[in-house]
Design a protein around this ligand. Sequence first.
Ligand code: Z5A
Ligand code: MG
Length: 212
Amino acid sequence: MAGLRGALIVLEGADRAGKSTQARRLVEALKERGYRTEGLRFPERTTEIGQLIGSYLEKKSNLEDHTIHLLFSANRWEQVPMIKEKLRSGITLVVDRYAFSGVAFTSSKENFDLHWCKQPDVGLPKPDLVLFLKVSPEVAATRGGFGNEIYETNSFQEKVAKRYAQLMDDKTVNWKLVDASQDIENVHQQLKELSEKAIDDAKDQPIGKLWE
Ligand code: Z5A
Ligand code: MG
């Protein structure tokens, strides 16, 4: 409908929680229900900045910890004009990881605090809904082992889980926790329901600014 904007819907959660699987299914289901919907992911590895990030994650290059944090954030900011344009034209965006991943991962490193980590992402388009897929490390382990990327170790992922929990205490963000240890279809149905409500709630609201 002309004049009504789309919603910004983000999926977050631990390694192998099913974010990418669910993001794909959600985009398709929302389209079938008649919502103009597109998917995005972060990191977006195809841009010049994204290629630097990809090389770091694959351990092909080493980047200083503040530097890689800022590159992850820059990789989001470079997409902001496109994100705003799509939302304003009525397209709903389903995003696989966003600033919350950025903060949870870097702040799990030595000598980084949550406050510093949030600053580069302050003012990004604020998600209308953040779906947190919660899964225990034991259940995640049944979905295959870790890959070979830099953060894929048990000890680091445990720290990340604690940082996510701290971020979820922030009630200015519309977090919805979903039990992602259920089967794919059950999780999908819940995400679809929550998303349709968010689309309806957001359609005549201005786009917010994250952490401002
Ligand atoms: N990172 C960062 O440091 N800073 C940032 O700002 C950002 C990211 C944005 C790359 O991310 C890394 O970058 C990541 C965070 C960091 N490091 N780590 N870890 P990525 O998004 O590219 O990571 P990934 O490789 O896609 O993995 P993932 O996202 O952790 O997995 P997932 O998307 O949540 O899971 P999936 O691929 O959908 O599913 C995993 C498997 O489980 C697959 O075989 C599915 O078929 C299966 N699956 C899924 N759901 C189920 C259910 N419900 N039951 C049974 N099996 C299931
Ligand atoms: Mg994924």
